[in-house]
Ligand binder design. Structure first.
Ligand SMILES: Nc1ncnc2c1ncn2[C@@H]1O[C@H](COP(=O)(O)OP(=O)(O)OP(=O)(O)O)[C@@H](O)[C@H]1O
Ligand SMILES: [Mg+2]
Length: 372
């Protein structure tokens, strides 16, 4: 469901934001430091409950404000409102949906599937496996209903097993019970990830081919434990070493997505621009698969569109994004980088982030359906 109204208050340097985005492409233009990334960060918070810039949400609250609130109305029949609030004093994030307090972030995430493409995109390839695991799990979460329960229970069992491993004297019965729980839910998680991967792969290949030619690029899902043995045997046989290390070394918590170019890890051989395009292909393919399997569209946040991309690849990326008929928010410091690649059939709006006194940023609509 696209966002039909957005309202932010107390978000970084931005003055109160009240806008009505179009269901298609929303372009955000403004000078360095005007607040473009902050604006996208607000939408990211609504969909994922966390920022892509900081782990500490207190930094997102405007310096002179006591709290930050973000609100979105999602178009639909009936429309659905989602919101969150974080005050400087209370560390807790308050979540709301259709006017009611909700406890689980997963409810917001489910309502607003979103993907971010920004200048840090290469980190998905370069960074630790956790980012790639999260990428897989985003896909599984949105298409398989029982994923969240399996993920939650496996995580809980792992936490208990690790705590017991670190105890001086192990309670053998409890350890066995949590191990069985971990083995059961871990296998389930793996089956879900595995099935998702089988569906994802052809969609990714098709998407990548539309962006650039890298026929040798391969993706492989690695489940996090030895391929020959089931998880129960791995946990049982690894118990002693795990106890010495103080944590569980193999299991679904070690799953990864291996991305290679021929025989080399892709990150070692691709240029920065190529890395951004590969990551873009991964993220656009997520949205495509979501749409094909559930009929729901994914929202895209594209921060600093021109970063690392030449004019031709920028054009190809925009065309692909547009063809998916998703809602997108695309930012740039350069007005000219944002205009041009869109067809006249796509709903289009442009917003200018104007910097005022004291560095405050104000979002001003520049008109709908026009880009120049
Ligand atoms: N908590 C905060 N309160 C007030 N201002 C803040 C806060 N955090 C950051 N800022 C300021 O907000 C401004 C906007 O930053 P932002 O990263 O959104 O700009 P941008 O338009 O994306 O710039 P660029 O084009 O350089 O990426 C910066 O000047 C920054 O110093
Ligand atoms: Mg920025």
């Amino acid at each position: 469901m696209p966002i039909s109204a957005l309202s932010f208050n107390g978000l970084r340097n931005l003055e109160r934001v009240e806008i009505e985005p179009v269901p298609g492409i929303n372009l955000i233009v403004g000078a360095n430091g005007s607040g473009k990334t902050s604006f996208l960060e607000g939408i990211h918070l609504l969909g994922l409950g966390r920022s892509f810039r900081t782990r500490h949400l207190k930094h997102v609250i405007a310096h002179d404000a006591g709290a930050m609130t973000c609100f979105a109305r999602l178009a639909g029949d009936p429309p659905l409102s989602i919101g969150l609030r974080r005050s400087r004093d209370a560390g807790e994030l308050e979540l709301r949906m259709a006017g009611e307090r909700v406890a689980r972030l997963a409810q917001l995430t489910e309502a607003l599937p979103l993907q971010l493409v920004n200048p840090d995109a290469f980190r998905l390839l370069e960074g630790p496996p956790a980012g790639r695991r999260e990428f897989i799990d985003w896909g599984v979460f949105h298409v398989k209903h029982d994923f969240f329960e399996a993920w939650r229970r496996a995580r809980r069992a792992l936490r208990h097993r690790n705590a017991l491993l670190r105890h001086g004297r192990m309670d053998a019965d409890s350890l066995l019970a949590w191990e069985q729980e971990l083995a059961h839910w871990g296998e389930r998680l793996d089956a879900l990830r595995h099935d998702w991967m089988a569906a994802f792969l052809p969609v990714f290949q098709e998407t990548l081919a539309g962006l650039l030619s890298l026929p040798e690029l391969t993706l492989r899902y690695s489940r996090g434990w030895d391929r020959q043995r089931d998880l129960r045997a791995v946990l049982e046989q690894g118990r002693e070493v795990d106890r010495q290390m103080g944590f569980t070394q193999q299991g679904p918590q070690r799953a990864d997505l291996r991305i290679r170019l021929g025989r080399h890890p892709a990150v070692e051989v691709l240029s920065r621009g190529q890395q951004k395009l590969v990551v873009s292909a991964l993220k656009l393919a997520q949205g495509r698969l979501l749409e094909r399997t559930t009929g729901r569209t994914c929202l895209y946040l594209v921060d600093d569109l021109p970063a690392e991309l030449d004019a031709e690849h920028r054009q190809v990326f925009c065309r692909l994004l547009e063809s998916m008929r998703c809602q997108a928010f695309v930012s740039s410091v350069e007005h000219d980088a944002l205009v041009g690649p869109w067809s006249s059939h796509t709903p289009l709006a442009m917003f200018h982030v104007k910097q005022g006194a004291g560095g405050r940023g104000r979002l001003v609509p520049l008109g709908h359906g026009q880009t120049s």
